[in-house]
Design a binder for this molecule. Structure first.
Ligand code: GTB
Length: 217
């Protein structure tokens, strides 16, 4: 059955692979599942046809036969459950990998998103300069803890899993901030994720959308 995902017609990240179709594309590449992409403008995302798939009028969505999903984390989890390669077979190791998926999205990502949102929409506020160090510290606190846990391991729990996929996707949002760069083991962890052939294919595919270099025919 054909898998179709949705993505920005023109991503605000300018092809950096930071929008949330990226982890979905990466997961599909990891498990070797081909997929189609339906590109949407901001206004098309708010149309009833798309809202029927995504109640919040966002991307990505995932369609496969009569199944329609939204939320990138849930989509990655679905892909990981249906196909081998992203979750270990051992029940306990699988539960730990799923725990890391949640940790990425609900513990590590929120302070990172809060910081980037402040930089995007609060720069002109009088209190911005005072607030930024507070937001930076919240991010650094999480990274201190994550860095301590990762130590010199390659991945968070033995073999690469969907937990690492989401954690690397979350940490990539900090690239160039000067914060991630202070953690050599986390920077190397992100680089290891980005060096995976599946990541590279997913990255090239989303970049091709941004530069308009889509396959024809
Ligand atoms: N929790 C949802 C999920 O994980 O799927 C969040 C989905 C979401 O935020 N989607 C965004 C969207 O559709 C695109 S990815 N926004 C349009 C809207 O809400 O109207 C978010 C995103 C965009 C750009 C960058 N960037 O430039 O770095 C990073 C992340």
């Amino acid at each position: 059955m054909t898998i179709t995902i949705t993505a920005f017609e023109r991503s605000p990240d300018r092809g950096k692979g930071l929008a949330r179709d990226m982890p979905v594309r990466w997961a599909l590449e990891e498990v070797g599942q081909p997929y189609d992409v339906r590109l949407l403008s901001f206004s098309a995302m708010k149309e009833p046809a798309h809202r029927a798939l995504h109640p919040f009028g966002q991307v990505p969505t995932y369609e496969e036969g009569d199944l329609a999903l939204f939320e990138s984390g849930a989509i990655v989890f679905h892909i990981a459950e249906r196909h081998a390669g992203l979750l270990p077979d051992d029940a306990n190791a699988r539960a730990r990998a799923i725990t890391w998926m949640f940790a990425a999205l609900s513990t590590v990502e929120p302070p990172i998103v809060e910081r980037s949102m402040a930089m995007l929409v609060e720069r002109d506020k009088g209190w911005y300069e005072e607030r930024l160090p507070i937001l930076d510290k919240r991010v650094r606190d999480r990274l201190d803890e994550l860095s301590g846990r990762l130590g010199d391991a390659d991945w968070l729990d033995d073999a690469f899993s969907a937990g690492d996929l989401l954690m690397v996707a979350v940490l990539r949002r900090l690239q160039g901030s000067g914060i991630l760069e202070k953690y050599p083991n986390l920077s190397a962890y992100v680089a290891r994720g980005e060096a995976r052939p599946a990541f590279e294919r997913a990255f090239e595919a989303q970049l091709a959308v941004f530069i308009g270099d889509l396959p024809t025919g």
